[in-house]
Design a protein around this ligand. Structure first.
Ligand code: ASP
Length: 335
């Protein structure tokens, strides 16, 4: 049976070519190069965005465009491939994972470290793997295909800007490994009930992440939180969620949470989780009102806050949803 996919092309290195100013996206190039993947089993349409961006420029408005394009054509296609720059690919994959609620089809995000026009480009294999994954009828989640791995989108991180192994999901197993055969790890695939109810993001949503460092920065973060200009904040603390009991920081967290803002505590360490109570130094942040984000990635934490703060929810419903695993984004420890 022929599978029918929609490829959304947003920009990134993969479709760039040499221009007098250096590498830049060239409209029309990628759709032309993709033609070789059409076959009796696979047919696809390409939606090239009018403004092809370097993904460092991505905003919630761009995410809304992708969400709207998938939602508007949801019934017409068996799956979707999003072609995207690598820099913020994990943010976009996470935002799509939380926003495309009740997703019942594959959405596979991919790109490359070297453009397709480069003789050693990794783009060809990434595209082939993404297209194959997007043809799997029982893959009902947002994934990233990169360097012969299929990763859960809301677990993936860009961890290498120098090699082809650009992405990994440090706290979750891959959904597939591509060798001579595709080794689908179906036991790890998400099974969630529909119906499909995509969320449109608030484009003015104010979510920011703060990286704790020893010294004066800690109190400054507290001051910023106390100003209550944000809808949600991610605090990247030490180790298993530890932070200094610095009065300014704790007062800021307490003021912010009392005003209904979501403050989520995640670890700056790539592998492992926030575990309140493992160390006494994890308690003050929790007592001040910060929610433990378990092993959420920073990308997933920002995206989850962005989506939850875009929905019509009460502060209490938001806090509860933040602490639940909605789309396999975190591993909750038993109480
Ligand atoms: N700066 C590029 C981007 O994220 C990098 C890439 O695509 O690999 O759009």
């Amino acid at each position: 049976m022929t599978r029918r996919l929609l490829v959304l092309y947003t920009g990134g290195t993969i479709g760039m070519d040499h221009t007098p100013d250096g590498l830049a996206p060239v409209p029309g190039l990628l759709p032309r190069l993709l033609e070789r993947f059409q076959s009796a089993e696979l047919t696809f349409d390409v939606l090239e965005y009018p403004e092809l961006i370097d993904s460092s420029a991505i905003t919630p408005a761009h995410w809304n465009r992708i969400i709207g394009d998938i939602a508007g054509r949801y019934d017409a296609y068996d799956g979707f491939v999003v072609i995207h720059g690598t820099d913020t690919m994990a943010y976009t994959a996470s935002a799509l994972a939380f926003a495309l609620q009740g997703l019942g089809k594959p959405v596979v995000v991919t790109g490359s470290q070297l453009p397709l026009v480069h003789p050693r480009s990794d783009g060809w294999s990434n595209l082939a793997d993404a297209l194959e994954a997007a043809c799997q009828p029982d893959l009902c989640e947002v994934a990233i295909a990169f360097n012969r791995l299929l990763l859960r989108g809301c677990r993936a991180r860009k961890l290498d800007a120098a090699s082809f192994a650009g992405f990994d999901s440090p706290n979750a197993p891959p959904l597939a490994r591509f060798g001579i055969k595709a080794d689908w790890q179906r036991q790890h695939w998400l099974v969630l009930p529909g119906p499909f109810r995509p969320v449109t993001l608030r484009e003015d949503v104010r979510v920011a992440a703060f990286f704790l460092t020893p010294g004066a920065g800690t109190a400054l973060i507290g001051q910023t939180l106390a100003e209550q200009r944000l809808d949600g904040a991610v605090l990247m603390s030490y180790g298993n969620g530890n932070a200094p009991a610095e009065a300014g920081l704790l007062a800021g967290v307490a003021d912010a949470t009392a005003s209904g803002m979501l403050v989520v505590n995640i670890s700056q360490v790539v592998h492992g989780a926030v575990e309140v109570g493992a160390y006494a130094a994890s308690q003050p942040l929790a007592r001040a009102g910060a929610l433990a984000g378990a092993d959420l990635t920073p990308e997933a934490a920002v995206a989850k806050l962005t989506v939850l703060c875009s929905q019509e929810l009460s502060p209490q419903e938001r806090r509860e949803a933040m602490q639940r695993a909605l789309v396999g984004e975190m591993t909750l420890l038993p109480d």
